[in-house]
Design a protein around this ligand. Sequence first.
Ligand code: NAD
Length: 494
Amino acid sequence: MPLLSWQERAGLLRPDGRILIDGQRCASSTGQTFDKRSPVDGRLLGAVARAQAGDVDRAVASARAAFDDGRWSRQPPAARKKLLQKFAEGLLAATDELALLETLDMGKPIRFSRSVDVPAAARCIAWYAEAIDKVYDEIAPTGPAALALITREPMGVVGAIVPWNYPMIMAAWKLGPALAAGNSVVLKPSEKSPYTAMRMAEIALEAGLPPGVFNVVPGFGHEAGEALALHPDVDAIGFTGSTRVGRRTLAYAGQSNLKRVYNELGGKSAFLVFPDFDDLDRAAETAAGSMYFNQGESCNAPSRLLVHEAIADDFVARVARHAPAYAPADPLDESTVMGAVVDEGQLRTVMGYIASGQEEGARCMAGGRQVRADSGGYYVEPTVFDQVRNDMRIAREEIFGPVLSVIRFRDEAQAIALANDSAYGLQASVWSSHIDRAHRVARALRAGTVHVNQYDEDDITVPFGGYKQSGNGRDKSLHAFDKYTELKTTWLRI
Ligand code: NAD
């Protein structure tokens, strides 16, 4: 029997959009649903439960009960490790199914859902599983009459609210450290990409995670998201999303129980190219590849390309030559490298920014158009704007689409000033063949991650997060345990 094509498999898919609480699938208590369509071709994927405050209450109560009875929180770390490892293996075993769901849900190419998203989510869970039985507590260097133990304890119930651009990876970045540390989790996926989160929870249950430890409430931000962030029995919110909503999550905590809020927010990352760099074509190829990966829907996309004026014409021409390699095509074809933007609203937002760039006097050097409209999906050409000023909207605001803005600089000081003149500070990249300059500029940049002469290295072992309005927390690495644990000091008289 020949294998079915991805298109044929997509036609057979009937994803389950129900809530998952206490190990059970269920409808929303009000019976409400919303239709989820695919940005690939507009097809209806199914009706998804529209969780309301009452559903969030039930999910939090279930998470609290699971936490309090110790079925997960008081297990030895080695026991949690074993089940989380099985969870990670289960994710990998379901690679094709999860990848197809992810692609249909949010439009990214199937080749990347399979080779990047599912493996990265599984590796994240496996890495925290592997780490948790190697974390030691401390004894403080106090006087001889007492011992002061400094121990870490799980916080309790963690609410995870995630965006649609990397649905599984963003969920895993919260789930890995929160679950390994012994917390229970209520996950609110984006209404634009809800399906893989619910399958992840089922796979966790199949691996043996006790019911109630990992619950999923699909629905809208202003309903399920707000109810979770306001909930008085939630101890911490791990939020990834826009800076606009990040302001709200902080306010909700202030209005309710002062829960911890860890915000991982937007970006407008600068990619600085100095004329002394000796491989400009590699730099141009990396700029285009990093910008257009995931349709430009990456928080850390290098959307501001800062180029020295002496090489700018040449460099922009090189980037514009690389851009068409990312022409959008059917995300279900394995050769496709750029898929659909997530929905019609996002398409309009991106096209609005392209129009704004043209109105403000930037020069469109590549792309600029909506394409493949007859597919029923939402596709935008990889776009390059030259002659952008840092005060234009396309330079200041996060577009979250395949639009690159080139800004010219005359010297190092101006390059640093332009890079730092942004509300955001998520990531940056410096391209120079001189170690002293590369190091000097990297130190001066106000960003959570700075790359030198590359952009794409990434690993679960390193922290990821932003300065300024890009957030206040760090996902990934052992530092993420800090977000989901309380420090306790216990004095013992001896
Ligand atoms: P968004 O802020 O619109 O939504 C994110 C999540 O918050 C969704 O689940 C949404 O339903 C929920 N939400 C919306 N309103 C809410 C409210 N009032 N209360 C509680 N929850 C609410 O963001 P998005 O459009 O889904 O994602 C794109 C954004 O995410 C971009 O700004 C991108 O840069 C950012 N992002 C950041 C990182 C990072 O690690 N820093 C990673 C990925 C994406």
